[in-house]
Write a protein that binds this ligand. Structure first.
Ligand SMILES: [Zn+2]
Ligand SMILES: [Zn+2]
Length: 637
């Protein structure tokens, strides 16, 4: 008698070892149809495996997240089967599941994406046939014999222990595999091959070059379609593409991973920083600036020379070692330490938009998202223990105001003391409770990552959510018990004694370059009026009207707006079209009638046209819109 305990506590009994399918059928046929695999005690296994002893069993349906991975690995098998049918000389190596699908590395003639249609058609036949996927446990000798002269599989089998080897078979196809798999190939309903690239066997360049064929799969076509739409939208929003199209920034071989900002990109950059300074002044911050390059003994004191040296750019001048700063912090510590502080001076909120350099491997560089030179909108807040809660709350409110201005949602995560850490229990308690109390006072939900803090203090991470629903960690509030110690920082308390200040690092944009890239993708280049690199373009309808257009542009520039005049002798239609492609929010046409009346005809990027707008009134309205940093282009409503 086998007793099965289900997650709801109910019990099923069977005379003989049941399979997961038997258990499912005992509940309902509908459930059985949707079951993909099962969890027996803590082990994820095929639905058709007999359950040989009393166990708790969780049936996994197409709704469980683990099921998607199982099915995607089955999809990799289906793809491999199809490829062997079409390319009988191909030799299989490994085919794992990856974040958004699966791939299989195959030793075969190089193929291009043009071959995908044929492979997909063959896969479709295998799916339609609903071939049962059957597990077979084999001895090492049997496995070696089965693979005869397939060098890759033989190499893998040699690394395995006898008694742990299994094959999975569907139709004529057999693969060395741990499993588990879906019950039959019919579960691989919605799939698509995505790309092919070269890969070396065992990632070793001296070994054979393989074809790595990527695919993705979902349980239904709607989800697959959604994913493909998402990819298409992400491609359209790619910040490197838009950065080139709108002439914002570029990269050059002369400085790999270090962006060059063009005049239009710089206009946006300065707007971002002006806004940042406005919010920080209002929140009681002061701004500082420390050198980009400092001597070795500073980095030894901060610990960077010992722990971070391989990522630092260094130089030797006048017999002294220098390093270009990878972080602003040590300079900030020197500034605090240069004079005596009383508890009455605290908190001190000292911000620095510092240019830092970090040597990243060339393989991980990715547009503005991963660079080697970037600016951090760092601030160090020095405070007494009693001030922790209020200061952290202030940072959270500042974060909220700034992200909301861009229409970015966000969520918060608190990371607590890790196993290895410096500082006393009391210090950690004060720090962590202070952060948690601030989060509570702030009143939004947050996630706790137990033990995920840095060794020198707990932190709060802020993850923003962009227009495509992707999340990005930008803001951080990191409490640091180490640097004040290393730099022997102190203040004189009410008791006239010296005390160590509590210090936090915090960033809001994080890397300004990366935040810039995120904004480009979030807005898909259609920036709100206040942020747009060119806010207004004036289109004279003929050459006689150029002086009028120029005079108007000059007035708008004087008022603080970023303008352009289209001087080309193109048709008005073409000029409007090009201005739209440049995503310029306000397109002004200047004709003879407008000149006589002192008006303009305004076309907003969202397609609304308003004629005979008095120039003065227009200027006032635009300036108000910009000053309020409104997101919607609701100028005339
Ligand atoms: Zn497999
Ligand atoms: Zn710092």
């Amino acid at each position: 008698m086998i007793t099965i305990t289900l997650p709801d506590g109910s019990i099923k009994q069977f005379d003989q070892s049941p399979t997961g399918m038997d258990v499912a059928m005992g509940i309902s046929e509908g459930l059985a149809r949707n079951c993909v695999a099962m969890m027996v005690d803590d082990l994820l296994v095929d639905l058709n495996r007999p359950i040989e002893k009393n166990a708790s069993v969780r049936l996994m349906t197409t709704k469980d997240p683990e099921s998607l991975e199982i099915m995607r690995h089955s999809a990799a098998h289906v793809m491999a089967q199809a490829i062997l049918r079409l390319y009988p000389k191909a030799k299989l190596t490994i085919g794992p599941v990856v974040e958004e699908g699966f791939y299989y590395d195959i030793d075969m003639e190089p193929i291009s994406e043009e071959a995908f249609g044929q492979i997909e058609a063959e896969m479709q036949k295998i799916v339609k046939a609903k071939l049962p996927i059957v597990r077979k446990e084999v001895s090492k000798a049997e496995a070696l014999e089965f693979y005869g002269n397939e060098e890759y599989k033989l190499e893998m089998i040699r690394d395995l222990q006898d008694g742990t080897i299994s094959f999975y078979q569907q139709g004529e196809f057999t693969d060395l595999c741990r499993g588990p798999h879906v019950p039959h190939t019919g579960f691989v309903k919605a799939f698509k091959l995505m790309k092919v690239s070269g890969a070396y066997w065992r990632a070793d360049q001296t070994k054979a070059q393989l074809q790595r064929i990527y695919g993705t799969a979902y349980f239904d076509n709607k989800e697959l379609k959604q994913y493909l739409n998402f990819l298409e939208e992400a491609r359209k929003r790619n910040h490197r593409r838009i950065g080139t199209a709108l002439d914002l920034f570029s990269f050059h071989d002369e400085a790999p991973g270090m962006p060059f900002f063009h005049p239009k990109g710089m206009a946006m950059w300065n707007t971002l920083l002006d806004y940042w300074r406005y919010e920080h002044r209002a929140a009681g911050y002061v701004e500082t600036k420390t050198p980009i390059m400092m001597q070795r003994f500073l980095w030894e004191r901060s610990g960077h020379w010992e722990n971070y040296r391989e990522n630092m750019y260094t130089s030797r001048i006048d017999d002294a070692d220098y390093a270009i700063k990878p972080m602003n912090c040590p300079g900030g510590m020197l500034l605090f330490g240069r004079k005596h502080h009383s508890y009455r001076d605290l908190p001190i909120r000292a911000a620095e938009i510092g240019l830092v350099h970090r040597h990243e491997l060339s393989g991980v560089l990715n547009g503005l998202f991963r660079v080697r030179a970037f600016h951090q909108d760092d601030a160090h807040i020095f405070m007494t223990p009693e001030q922790i809660q209020g200061e952290i709350l202030g940072v959270l409110q500042l974060v909220d105001r700034i992200y909301s201005t861009f229409g970015l949602g966000f969520h918060l995560e608190l990371s607590t003391r890790p196993e290895k850490s410096i500082g006393t229990d009391t210090q950690w308690e004060t720090a962590t409770n202070g952060l948690a109390a601030a989060l509570k006072a702030y009143g939004r939900q947050y996630q706790v990552n137990e033990g995920d803090g840095a060794f020198y203090g707990p932190k709060i991470d802020v993850h923003i959510k962009d227009a495509l629903g992707r999340t990005w960690q930008c803001g951080t509030v990191q409490l640091d018990m180490s640097l004040p110690e290393r730099f022997d920082l102190s203040y004189v308390g009410q008791d006239n004694e010296r005390h160590r200040p509590i210090m936090i690092h915090r960033v809001i944009y994080g890397s300004i370059e990366r935040f810039f890239g995120i904004l480009v993708e979030h807005f898909a280049g259609k920036f709100p009026l206040w942020l747009a690199p060119v806010q207004v373009i004036l289109l004279p309808i003929n050459d006689d009207l150029i002086p009028f257009a120029r005079a108007q542009a000059a007035e708008l520039e004087k008022a603080g707006l970023r303008t352009e005049v289209d001087l080309r002798s193109e048709s008005l239609k073409k000029k409007v079209r090009d201005a739209q492609l440049q995503q310029i929010p306000l397109i002004l046409t200047c004709g003879a009638k407008e000149k006589d009346e002192g008006t303009v005809s305004v076309r907003t990027l969202d397609g609304k046209v308003r004629q005979g707008v008095a120039l003065d009134a227009f200027r006032v309205q635009v300036l108000e819109h910009v000053a309020a940093r409104r997101l919607a282009l609701d100028l005339f409503t």
